[in-house]
Design a protein around this ligand. Structure first.
Ligand SMILES: Nc1ccn([C@@H]2O[C@H](COP(=O)(O)OP(=O)(O)OP(=O)(O)O)[C@@H](O)[C@H]2O)c(=O)n1
Ligand SMILES: C[C@](O)(CO)[C@H](O)COP(=O)(O)O
Length: 236
């Protein structure tokens, strides 16, 4: 669909205001380099491949001196120093900064998922705009899942056939998402959880296992390996 002809806009909000404590670096992990570019720049580049995204807001912390100096040549990119105390706050502030209206669509993405594939982003947007339903990229869980009991041992094994690991981007209509994010009292770690708490049933769009969240040093090493493999021609 050509968003020029449609009665809505689609913008992306990339949250990059976390501190990356688990990475253990002395700077926020979104600025760690992968093949000469920061993790944040890789995440942004993948989203900018999508022509339907009219605006891309990068949310950084107000005290972040590195992020405000980054230069993006694509005029769709805006850097917003409006990061909040939690990821959900950063998302809320980014949506407000974007100036989107209730009928517009927003794609929310973690700067910490630099390996996201443009083809998966397109698949998610295609689905949401075609069906007028919100949804998220996710992958079916492939490990056997154990639930810990009060003694810290295995309490039970959870059947995994209907379990998915949530990723980003997540794509929702702005009106319902804004309402869901302001209504929910529980701590939500993703936008879909807020929508679920408001009674919506977001769609699960199968993405790629390479779109993992870079959280710990081993994840960064894996992300670097993914980019090296892609440079060598592997479609992963
Ligand atoms: N207050 C916050 C917290 C997180 N994020 C962003 O949300 C994404 C996912 O968060 P995660 O990487 O798990 O959190 P960090 O705070 O960066 O890491 P840690 O929990 O290890 O400190 C990241 O792109 C992070 O920059 C954010 O914008 N604002
Ligand atoms: C949004 C997310 O990346 C989906 O897996 C995840 O929920 C973020 O969790 P965090 O603990 O706030 O980083």
């Amino acid at each position: 669909m050509n968003t020029q002809e449609a009665s809505f806009r689609l913008a992306a909000v990339v949250v990059a205001a976390g501190s990356g404590t688990r990475m253990g670096t002395n700077f926020p992990k979104q600025y760690a380099l992968i093949e000469g570019k920061t993790m944040l720049e890789h995440s942004v580049s993948a989203l900018l491949e999508e022509p339907r995204i009219e605006q891309l807001v990068i949310v950084i912390s107000p005290s972040d001196l590195i992020g405000q100096q980054l230069k993006f040549t694509d005029p769709r990119v805006k850097i917003a120093r409006v990061g909040g105390a939690s990821r959900a706050d950063s998302i809320r502030n980014g949506i407000t900064y974007s100036g989107l209206s209730a009928n517009d669509w927003v794609l929310t993405h973690d700067a910490a998922r630099p390996c996201v594939k443009a083809s998966d982003v397109a698949k998610l947007i295609d689905y949401c705009l075609k069906t007028d339903e919100g949804g998220i990229l996710a992958v079916p869980v492939s490990d056997t899942i154990k639930q810990q009991n009060a003694a810290g041992k295995i309490g039970k094994t959870i059947p995994r056939d209907k379990l998915w690991a949530a990723q980003t981007p997540q794509c929702f209509k702005v009106g319902p998402l804004t309402k869901a994010l302001s209504n929910t009292e529980a701590v939500v770690t993703d936008e879909a959880s807020a929508m679920e708490a408001s009674g919506f049933k977001p769609a699960l769009i199968e993405g790629s296992s390479t779109n993992f969240k870079v959280t710990r040093p081993a994840d960064l090493a894996l992300a670097r390996a993914v980019f090296r493999a892609r440079a060598a021609g592997e479609d992963i």
